[in-house]
Design a protein around this ligand. Structure first.
Ligand code: AVJ
Length: 338
């Protein structure tokens, strides 16, 4: 059964369950028994990790959030005009800071109807939903607590489908912040294809991608002077300790971030300063780290326009409009089903 909460214009459905704690267990079992150890970046985001990420977004070195916001502020009205959209589906909505800008534009255009945020954090969804329905009178929020890699099928059908007058405003399905860059190329294209299946003929995907630039600028964004990103990186070890009864010493791991020019992505790793053995109690797993051995915790791909177009093409999508900030640090793409 799916727990549903409803108050006024807010409805929130949860699709997370015990299988989701297993997702961490599976990823740790797979990832720590490989010759090149790896944990997927989605496990950074417990309450402390989400807070650290919010702090990263305000760091002087971390340009993506500010650049994307600048594009949204400059272009939200034209994006809404171009699409005629009245509904925003946002995958990985977090604090819904960016949604507010797009919903504001829909409200000004007189098309605003519904916001469908999908996020793993129920508390973030509830807080955002509450604030937004207070800000926009006409807004309905239908939140989906889930993981967009597994729960896209639970995104509700477009509002208005089945109405007698047949008017269901077009939808924008947004994946912002550069999150798509966290996936390896094959997975990325598969995910884009799955998102594409949600698009009707008038709907558009709005995709945020960080752009290739001077590697020193990119590396500084992932290795800030204050060490917030280093703490964010080590947080995944705290998560594994707590959730799976492991005994990592997070301080014994050094934060590494470097731009891989061949793949055009940032890689974050944790490097064990000395040889150690970690026990993961709940999995009955013993893991040895050699001195200097590294655990990959994130890739964050940086794009060029041709690369985005290729990915769209491979995923059955096509680029409709490309927007960047004046310094070309970041891009937003509107894409349609091909
Ligand atoms: C939330 C995935 C877009 O890749 O830039 C920030 C996460 N990692 N600093 C990114 C992150 C290190 C961020 N995304």
């Amino acid at each position: 059964m799916t727990p549903v909460t409803r108050t006024g214009d807010i409805r929130i459905e949860s699709f997370l369950s015990d299988t989701d704690e297993r997702s961490l267990a599976n990823d740790v079992l797979d990832g720590l028994t490989r010759p090149f150890k790896e944990i997927p970046p989605k496990h950074f985001y417990d309450a402390r990790g989400s807070e650290l990420f919010e702090r990263i977004c305000e760091l002087p070195e971390y340009y993506p959030t500010r650049a994307e916001r600048a594009i949204l502020l400059a272009r939200a009205d034209s994006i809404v005009r171009r699409t005629g959209a009245g509904e925003l589906v946002e995958l990985g909505s977090g604090s819904a800071e960016k949604a507010r800008i797009l919903l504001g534009a829909m409200s000004r255009a007189g098309t605003l109807r519904r916001y469908v945020p999908l996020d793993v954090s129920e508390s973030a969804l509830e807080a955002a939903a509450q604030e937004l329905v207070e800000e926009f009178d006409e807004l309905e929020v239908h939140g989906v607590v889930g993981d967009f890699e597994r729960h896209l099928g639970h995104v509700p059908a477009p509002d208005g489908v089945g109405r007698v007058d047949g008017v269901g405003g077009a939808r924008i399905i947004a994946l912002l912040g550069g999150t798509i860059g966290n996936f390896l190329p094959g997975t990325r294209r598969r995910l884009l294809r799955e998102i594409g299946r949600l698009l009707g003929p008038r709907d558009r995907l709005l995709l945020g991608t960080d752009l290739v630039k001077n590697p020193a600028v990119i590396e500084a964004a992932y290795d800030d002077a204050e060490g917030v990103t280093a703490e964010f990186n080590r947080n995944v070890l705290h998560v594994i300790n707590r959730e799976l009864g492991a005994d990592f010493s997070p301080e014994a791991f050094e934060h590494i971030a470097f731009f891989d020019r061949r793949h055009e992505w940032i890689e974050m790793r944790l490097r064990s300063q000395r040889p150690c053995t970690v026990l993961v109690g709940d999995l009955g797993l013993r893991v040895d780290f050699a001195a200097g051995e590294e655990l990959r915790t994130e890739i964050s791909a940086k794009f060029t326009r041709p690369r985005v177009e290729e990915d769209f093409h491979a995923a059955g999508l096509e680029l409709d409009t490309w927007y960047t900030d004046p310094d070309e640090l970041f891009a937003l793409s509107l894409a349609a089903r091909a």
